[in-house]
Design a protein around this ligand. Sequence first.
Ligand SMILES: C[S@@+](CC[C@H](N)C(=O)[O-])C[C@H]1O[C@@H](n2cnc3c(N)ncnc32)[C@H](O)[C@@H]1O
Length: 245
Amino acid sequence: MSAVPTVSRLSREDIERRVNELGEWFQNMDLHGVSTAPFHFLGDYPAVKFRNFAHAIPEDLTGQSVLDIGCNAGFYSIEMKRRGAERVLGIDFDIRYLDQARFAAEVTGQHIEFRQMSVYDVAHLGERFDLVIFMGVLYHLRHPLLALDLIHEHVAKDLMLFQSMQRGRPSIPRLKRDYPFGETAVFGEPDYPVMHFIEHRYAHDPTNWWIPNRACVEAMLRSSGFRIVDHPEEEVYLCRRKPRG
Ligand SMILES: C[S@@+](CC[C@H](N)C(=O)[O-])C[C@H]1O[C@@H](n2cnc3c(N)ncnc32)[C@H](O)[C@@H]1O
């Protein structure tokens, strides 16, 4: 029986051809010298972003399990596997991205499971993960708070790495825990927690639905049962799951 060549033995030309066949990449990765999205509008993304908060995640994930929700082409899944995570599962509802992720994992020699699944279906996983990554997905959802509630309820065990695009004032208002019905002025405060609803498109992207301001992001995380333990970058939070009161 002839040996099947491993992907890592693919030539640069083979990798280049496969990268092109796999369609348009959102995540730029270096696959043995081949860039998957060299002209990304945010530059070498997500590597340039990751540099700003890589230190906030445990360097050694030996023995840990990781769930990467909205994993796209697997950039964060691969990085967590490189940190020694025992089990990494990446889920995304877009099969094209999962095909890219499987190829990137093979080329980089990482054993990672990728599954087509929506964040709304995480209850079906039937297991909790030491680290949940929920980066860049919230604002693509029509039901963002539901997604956070489901993550808390079904899959988060301890840490959650979270990121959302934010628009509006980045300041945090001093709010009371309650207001009388007649109070209306507070809703006009420029940093009151708000989500901007996008009926049509933002940045030409019809999948942008809700864009929160900073106060709203932080309030939603707390409200769904997460304690913010670090805020290493403007849009990024490291949270710990706590029992909901
Ligand atoms: C902006 S990309 C972020 C990718 C990656 N997490 C990152 O931070 O670079 C959003 C990803 O979320 C995925 N996605 C959107 N809605 C989803 C859903 N309901 N369930 C799972 N994945 C979803 C998209 O297919 C896409 O891969």
